[in-house]
Write a protein that binds this ligand. Structure first.
Ligand SMILES: Cc1cc2nc3c(=O)[nH]c(=O)nc-3n(C[C@H](O)[C@H](O)[C@H](O)COP(=O)(O)O)c2cc1C
Length: 202
């Protein structure tokens, strides 16, 4: 079945919106927590948890250090897979989102950074994400240095800390069911923006 892209993409985003609301109502401990998988150019995958901070028709945004492992991998190979698991929704729901990754604009990143607690802002300056750390005291010293540097003024966004937006070209909704008769709906869009929706065997 081939449909016009905007209609199917908005159907998929609408489904995400519904499930995201249901996750809140169901009391999921953190419905914004998602796994983000990346891969270096040698094909070796890596995964970790991040928090979803914004989403709309342009994609799904998280914030991170650009020179940490995921940041480096995404600069080499700007494609990611996101994974949500909300066990309290219906009989358990899993959402998989895949696509190319782009950096958000400076204005958007600045606005989000400014909304963070000051402690988190200072932490972003103090952390050299994913680099080896000889002792916890070294990190605490870097935090104290950042506190001193920005005392009495707003903390600006570190230049190598920003938001990354995953633009979905593949979204799958997995609904748990009795006897492992789970239901899976896949939305896939090609390079021309033509999308299709299919059911998959569980
Ligand atoms: C619940 C949770 C939320 C997290 N949120 C973020 C986040 O939004 N951004 C981030 O850079 N790291 C976040 N982290 C830390 C990452 O999982 C990871 O340790 C860090 O980003 C370094 O990953 P990397 O070395 O692959 O770049 C979070 C960890 C947990 C457990």
């Amino acid at each position: 079945m081939t449909n016009a892209s905007p209609a199917l993409l908005s159907e998929a985003l609408g489904t995400f919106a519904t499930l995201f609301e249901e996750a809140l109502a169901a009391g999921e401990p953190d419905r914004t927590a998602m796994t983000v998988a990346t891969a270096a150019l040698d094909g070796r995958p890596s995964a970790r948890t991040v928090l979803l901070k914004a989403w709309d028709a342009r994609g799904f945004v998280f914030y991170t250090h650009l020179d940490g492992r995921k940041g480096r991998e995404l600069q080499e190979n700007p494609h990611a897979a996101l994974l949500f698991h909300w066990p309290r929704v219906r009989q358990g729901v899993q959402v998989r989102i895949e696509g190319p990754v782009v950096i958000v604009g400076d204005e958007e990143a600045d606005a989000y950074f400014a909304s963070r607690p000051r402690g988190s802002q200072l932490g972003a300056w103090a952390s050299k994400q994913s680099e080896p750390l000889d002792a916890r005291a070294t990190f605490e010293q870097r935090l104290a240095d950042a506190e001193a540097e920005f005392e009495g003024r707003d903390v600006p966004r570190p230049p190598r800390w920003s938001g990354l937006r995953v633009r979905p070209d593949r979204m799958e909704f997995w609904y748990g069911a009795d006897f492992r008769l789970h239901e899976r709906w896949l939305y896939e869009c090609d390079m021309a923006g033509d999308c299709r929706k299919r059911m998959l065997y569980p």
